[in-house]
Design a protein around this ligand. Structure first.
Ligand SMILES: [Zn+2]
Length: 470
């Protein structure tokens, strides 16, 4: 491979040294030019160059300097460097270019001659890159994959990739993108880069020269930088492998990202759960502390004391009733009832029109009646049922008492008690006639359901009302 700089060494110290050494340097562009000595028909002899460049120097002198001369390919734009004493206009005329295409470069040190850059109009550089006639282009349609395009043109994926070495991925196909499709010979389709030639590539890949010339439809030497060169029989296996590895690496990265996201979700869930647990614990603690505060609060102590007073009161009541019963037992009922107008079969009326007897005199049906002697009869009725005076008398009590909201009427030695009312319709001190409204059924005081506790006392001693009611 000849040494070809990839860009023109304009005015560099290297150029200066070379110019100083040879007195002549020529950078020209050609597709592929072996060293001048290897080409017998090559025009780059000293005489020719002297004539070509118009340098007025003896041919022998030029011959002596020539071994150091090298033809160097420039990539863009095609130009010659000419060392001359001639005017730029004359050089332009000689090369058949416009005067503007000739420019003077800085003069090399110790050099009398000037260095002119001559830009050459080379039409073949303006042409589009050469592409083998058997290679077609395919425009990617929406939804198409590389595999689908390969199958459509009866190619393997590697065949397709070998003709499209610029691809970055096996997956990202953009609609409208162009893919090169080999229709005859398959192989590696490379673009000649600056510093490369078709021959150097053929040698590097070990391709067959004749087969390559046939596959490309032209001589490899006719190809230049930017042209496509089809190297038949050579496949981009490693390129394919690289893309597959890249795809695998992407998939792995995505998988790891998913795992990471999942783990972060788990951590977040765990944090939420822990927070909820702590909040619940704090709420339980607060509840317990509120309970402790309540336990020792004045309000609770007040209620406890109230409850104890009530218990003591009820115990005292029960004791008083037990004493009355003992006194009554010593005195027969007939003598007690004889002196009063409330006598058996005479005078009393049922205090309600409609009722149901749920507990009789002395009956120990509910817990309360087991503890405390039941001194009356319980007449159940819906709350609000009117209660009428069973006998005429004077109201001595109307309001809260031993039987919740209760009414007492007295006549002679007999006392009638109406208990557990929802409200009363009379006031203490007034007299009532038999059948007069006293109040309404309720469930005040110690009560398990709406009923009237009706009690008859003779000389302060409770007797069985059912024995006296009609
Ligand atoms: Zn009762």
């Amino acid at each position: 491979m000849p040494e070809f700089p990839t860009c023109p060494p304009r005015g560099s110290s290297r150029l200066s040294r070379r110019l100083a050494l040879t007195g002549l340097a020529l950078w020209g562009l050609s597709a592929l030019v072996p060293p001048a000595a290897a080409r017998p028909e090559a025009p780059e002899t000293s005489e020719h160059l002297a004539t070509l460049l118009g340098i007025p120097a003896p041919a022998e002198q030029l011959s002596a300097a020539l071994p150091a001369v090298r033809l160097t390919r420039l990539t863009e734009p095609s130009s010659l460097l000419v060392v001359t004493a001639q005017a730029a206009a004359r050089v332009a005329a000689r090369y058949g270019v416009a005067p503007a295409a000739v420019a003077a470069l800085p003069r090399p040190a110790g050099e009398e001659a000037r260095v002119l850059r001559v830009r050459l109009p080379l039409p073949e550089l303006a042409r589009p890159p050469a592409l083998p006639a058997s290679v077609l282009t395919h425009t990617v349609r929406p939804g198409e994959t590389l595999a689908a395009v390969a199958a459509r043109h009866d190619l393997s994926l590697v065949d397709l990739l070998s003709a499209n070495l610029g691809r970055e991925s096996l997956d990202d196909l953009t609609p409208g993108e162009r893919l090169l499709i080999p229709t005859a010979e398959r192989g590696l389709l490379v673009r000649i880069k600056p510093g490369q030639t078709a021959l150097s590539l053929i040698a590097a890949y070990g391709a067959d020269l004749t087969r390559t010339a046939r596959a490309n439809g032209r001589l490899p030497t006719a190809l230049t930088v930017g042209d496509y060169l089809l190297l038949p029989g050579i496949q981009a296996e490693s390129f394919h492998k690289r893309l597959i590895e890249r795809r695998a690496a992407q998939a792995e990265a995505e998988r790891q990202a998913r795992v990471q996201a999942q783990y972060e979700r788990y951590l977040s869930w765990q944090r939420d759960r822990e927070r909820a647990r702590r909040e619940e614990q704090a709420a339980r603690q607060a509840q317990y502390e509120a309970y402790l505060a309540w336990k020792s609060s004045p309000e609770r102590q007040r209620r406890v004391a109230e409850y104890e007073r009530q218990v003591q009161y009820e115990a005292a009541q029960a004791l008083a009733r037990a004493r009355q019963r003992q006194q009554a037992a010593a005195q027969p009922l007939s003598t007690r009832a004889a002196g009063v107008n409330v006598s058996a079969g005479g005078g009393l009326a049922w205090p309600m029109h409609s009722y149901r007897v749920t507990s009789r005199y002395g009956e120990a049906d509910i817990d309360f009646h087991k503890q405390v002697f039941h001194g009356g009869v319980d007449l159940a009725a819906p709350a609000g049922t009117p209660i009428y005076a069973s006998a005429a008398g004077t109201v001595t009590e109307s309001g809260y008492g031993a039987y919740g909201m209760n009414v007492y009427t007295v006549q002679g030695n007999s006392t009638l008690v109406y208990g557990h009312l929802s409200r009363t319709a009379v006031a203490a001190g007034q007299t009532v006639q038999q059948g007069e409204l006293l109040g309404y059924v309720g469930c005040t005081g110690i009560c398990t359901g709406p009923h009237l506790h009706f009690e008859i006392r003779l000389d302060g001693q409770a007797v069985d009302p059912l024995a006296l009611l009609p």
